[in-house]
Design a protein around this ligand. Sequence first.
Ligand code: MIC
Ligand code: SF4
Length: 647
Amino acid sequence: MKKCSLKNSCKMNVVEKILSSHIVKGSSLDDVEVAIKIDQTLTQDATGTMAYLQFESMGVSKVKTQLSVSYVDHNTVQIGFENSDDHDFLSSVAKKYGIIYSKAGNGICHQLHLERFGKPGTTLLGSDSHTPTGGGIGQIAIGAGGIDIAVAMAGGAFNIPRPKVRAIVLKGALGSGVSAKDVALKVLEKFGTKGNVGWIFEYSGPGVATLDVPSRATIANMGAELGVTTSVFPSDSVTKQFLVAQGRAKDFTLLKADAGAKYDDVWELDLSKIEPLAAAPHSPGNIVTVKSMKGVKVNQIMIGSCTNSSYRDIRTVAMLLKGNHVADDVEVGIACGSRQVVSMLAKDGSLEILVKAGCRILENACGFCIGAHMSPSTGAVSLRTSNRNFEGRSGTKDAKVYLVSPETAAASALTGEFSLCKSVKNVPRPKKFPIDDSMFLYSATAGKGIKGAKIVRGPNIAQVPKGEKLRDDFSAIVTIKTGDKITTDHIMPAGARLKFRSNIPQYSKYVFESVEPTFHDMCLANKEKGLFNVIVAGESYGQGSSREHAALCPMYLGVKAVIAKSIERIHRANLINFGILPFVFKNPADYEKLKFGQKLRFRGLPSDIISSSLTNVETPAGLIELELKLSDREKKIILSGGLLASL
Ligand code: MIC
Ligand code: SF4
């Protein structure tokens, strides 16, 4: 990216404008890593407990951000005491440190944040990979591991790889029955789910004005599946109208790229040429047309998730189902994004339409999206408006999950097979949203906190383990060798296991559960013998979520290194934060030389790390050259054995 700061006169794009006004002293947009100030943070309950335990250990008396919000939306099933224990802990932490607490039932973090707090031109860091949803309102919103959020809440900067900015120039307007989800899938078809690390996608062009804020948010949300740092839209009259309707006119700032602003790449997309699309099993990048699937039988349809749960989306579904009933042999579930959405649907009669049509109305929460309930039956075809269709994520290993728009979901609900939505009227942009912030607690003390407030810790709240200093000479066993595109859902399953998020020894039992169920036992056996463990992987290791547990639990099991062909951004950062070496093969063909069960020896690593980005590992197949490109900040963390240990 070209050198640019607000102080000079060069033409800037939206990304440069926001980043240059947030860059911390001593950092520059040309650095390998750019350090930025964070205005707002968000956490959700499944990653939040660890984030706040880590924040507590930093010894700060209150949050130092402009705004920090703790949402409860993932673990709301509450079978057993664990989830409720987490909620009590999170609520008490929020009270003490000046964080706004969003109670279970209020809604999904990204939808709520967009409605009530997202501000154009600001930075938002969230312990959830879909935090970039905020890009729909002109925020630089980034997903990261919980410990990075803890640092930001304590006033520290956040580091992003030097951004390359791609302009996605939108032209024309979407046809009837086609919506923002199809745009997101089109972008995924073009750029795929790997190879986009370090990019920020900036949407521009005349087509932007045709999209309302929820639609922009849908597109920005699924940037997470591309693996980009974030996606961002300009802030224009449409943004202003949305903020005014949310009673937040004062939060509006006009934000657009200067004429003649430069980009590292430009791609034009004609909205009028997009047809309804679906992501076929088992990757959001596996794009097919709905037309090509027409007539294929569907067993389940789930509508909601942070991608498609706005009033615009669910109202569209209601308009399509009005006066009809869903097909007999299909099950349809609807989870709205927030109470605001539910109350609007109740008022305009949509809720009644949906109930009469035979839909199951679910809680305003993540629920089905993360396999926390409503797993499809064996071998079923499930159409979902969510953002990830990784194998087994729905809770049913052999289910075939297709990601589609609300329009395609509704049309297919009526027929019980893949169907195209012929036409549907646009939902008018609401002039005034109903505002009820009563499920956001401690708003009055936000930023200040309550001195002496007691933190509630049930038995499910365990300690955060600390890593150990990097040794000069150590041996490790290749405890697992995987292929390409291993997601964090493979590494650290959610669904039924999600309730153990606050208890690392317990949760660690499920590392790689669906890939190699004996991984936990093998790792501990090696650890007992004084050996570390190594994970060998192919391309794009650690795709998907921001869950730092996918690094934290392996660290607890004595994993000291990942050796892969490539590693995705958030997961790589999480590995470093927990003292795990994220190596990539200098020569990808060496992947073939490493085998399960081999003993590897690392010698002189600390000095190699300080002086170079290369090292050699001794293996039964001879020396293998590994690359480890670290910034000075990352070197310090790795040498100390993790971020907490380095503070
Ligand atoms: C997801 O969609 O995979 C999650 C669950 O929201 C994760 C966070 C987590 O694992 O808690 C994410 O996207 O970061
Ligand atoms: Fe929740 Fe699904 Fe969104 Fe993750 S992707 S935040 S689980 S709704």
